[in-house]
Write a protein that binds this ligand. Structure first.
Ligand code: KG4
Ligand code: ZN
Length: 342
C-alpha cells in the first residue's frame, strides 16, 4: 500500500501544500502566490504575508488533498517548513501542521526550508548526488553548503549583505519593473547586451566563499539616476538601454554565482553541484550552469523550474526524515533564522 504525506510551506509569501507519495511522487501540489498583495510595496510585507497565509492555508490544504484524491485520514504524516523564514508566516504553517498531527494522530515532521530547496534537485536526479556543493540562491539566502547527504549540510559561505534574489527585487524597483524582480528583469533583459555595462562583481578575485550584491545595486542605481553631485544627466531610458542594463545586471550576478560554485567545487574536491531557490529559475543562470557542467565535467543538478521558487513539493525531503524517525513534537516552534549546521 502506498503511503502519503502532506507537506505545508508558508515561510515567506507563498501559501503552499502538496501531497507526496512515499516513492517521492508528487500527487498534487498547490501554490497560492501573494505577489498581487506585495507588488505595490516592491517586496514582502511580513504582516500582510502572515494574514494572507491565515486566510489561505485551509483552502490550499483542501485543494492539495482533493487534487491527490485522498482525505486527511489517508495521511501517514504531516510535514511543515519550520525554519528559516518570516516568523508570522512560519507560525501559520506550523500551527496548521501541529493541529493535523494532534487530531489525526500522525507524526509531525519539521522541514528545513533551505534543505528542501536543495532536495528539489534530487527529485529530478536518478544519479547519486552526494557529496556535493549546494547553492541555495533565493530572495532570502545566497548560501553555499558542503552537503554530505540531503539532511547533513555545513555552511561554507554566504552573502554579507543582500541575497541575490533581494538584489533582483530592489533593482527591479530602481528600473520601474514589477515585483518580483527576478522574472521581470529576465524578461526586460532578454534582448539586451549583457556586456553593455560592466557592473561590479564582488569577491570574484577572492578565494573566500562570500557574496555581496549591495555594491552592484548601487552601481546600477548611479547608472540609472546619475552619480550624486554629477553635472551630467544620465542618458534617457530607452527600451534598448533598459534591456542592456537588465542583461548586464543579470550577467554580473550570474558571473559571481558561477565563480563561487567553481571555487567551492575546487576547495571541497567534489564533482557534484546542486542548486535550488527562486533565482535558480533564471534562464541566463541555468544556461551558465549548463556551460559549467560541460566545461568542468561535473554533475550539476539544478532544481526543475516549477520547484525553484517556494513550493511544498520540495517538502518531499520529509520522507527522508520519516525513514530516520526524526519526528517533531507538538511543542515545535518556528525558528526565523538558519538552524544548526544548515
Ligand atoms: O525561493 P524563493 O521563492 O523565496 C525565498 O525563499 O526567498 O525566491 C524568491 C526570489 C525572489 O527574489 C525573486 O525575484 C527570485 O527568487 N526569482 C528570480 C527568478 N524567479 C524568481 N530571480 C531571477 N530570475 C528569475 N527568473
Ligand atoms: Zn525559498
Amino acid at each position: 500500500m502506498p503511503r502519503f504525506l502532506l507537506s505545508i510551506e508558508s515561510t515567506c509569501d507563498e501559501t503552499a501544500a502538496a501531497v507526496i507519495r512515499d516513492d517521492l511522487h508528487v500527487m498534487h501540489s498547490v501554490v497560492s502566490s501573494q505577489t498581487a498583495l506585495h507588488e505595490q510595496y516592491g517586496g514582502v510585507v511580513p504582516e500582510i504575508a502572515a494574514r494572507a497565509h491565515l486566510e489561505r492555508i485551509l483552502p490550499v490544504i483542501d485543494q492539495a488533498l482533493q487534487g491527490a484524491g485522498i482525505s486527511l485520514t489517508d495521511l501517514s504524516a504531516v510535514a511543515v517548513a519550520a525554519h528559516p523564514g518570516l516568523v508570522g508566516s512560519l507560525l501559520v504553517g506550523v500551527t496548521a501542521a501541529k493541529t493535523l498531527s494532534l487530531v489525526h494522530e500522525i507524526p509531525l515532521i519539521a522541514i528545513d526550508h533551505i534543505q528542501a530547496h536543495l532536495f528539489a534537485c534530487q527529485m529530478v536526479s536518478t544519479k547519486p548526488v552526494f557529496p556535493a556543493v549546494g547553492l541555495v540562491v533565493s530572495g532570502g539566502h545566497t548560501n553555499l553548503y558542503d552537503c554530505r547527504s540531503s539532511v547533513e549540510m555545513q555552511l561554507l559561505g554566504s552573502t554579507i549583505d543582500d541575497a541575490a534574489g533581494e538584489a533582483f527585487d530592489k533593482v527591479a524597483t530602481i528600473l520601474g519593473l514589477p515585483y518580483p524582480g527576478g522574472p521581470s528583469i529576465q524578461k526586460a533583459g532578454q534582448l539586451g547586451n549583457p556586456k553593455a555595462y560592466s557592473f561590479p562583481r564582488a569577491f570574484i578575485h577572492d578565494d573566500r566563499l562570500a557574496f555581496s550584491f549591495s555594491g552592484l545595486k548601487t552601481a546600477l542605481l548611479y547608472e540609472v539616476q546619475g552619480q550624486p553631485g554629477a553635472r551630467n544627466q544620465p542618458p534617457e531610458m530607452t527600451p534598448q538601454r533598459l534591456a542592456n542594463i537588465a542583461a548586464s545586471f543579470e550577467q554580473a550576478v550570474v558571473d559571481v554565482l558561477i565563480t563561487k560554485c567553481e571555487q567551492a567545487l575546487k576547495q571541497t574536491g567534489y564533482q557534484s553541484l546542486c542548486i535550488g531557490g527562486g533565482v535558480a529559475a533564471n534562464a541566463r543562470f541555468r544556461k551558465a550552469i549548463e556551460d559549467l557542467r560541460q566545461r568542468c565535467s561535473i554533475e550539476a543538478i539544478i532544481a526543475p523550474l516549477e520547484y525553484c521558487t517556494d513550493n511544498a513539493a520540495m517538502g518531499a525531503i520529509a520522507w527522508e526524515l520519516f525513514q530516520r524517525k526524526q519526528f517533531a513534537t507538538l511543542d515545535l516552534d518556528p525558528t526565523p533564522g538558519l538552524v544548526r549546521a544548515v
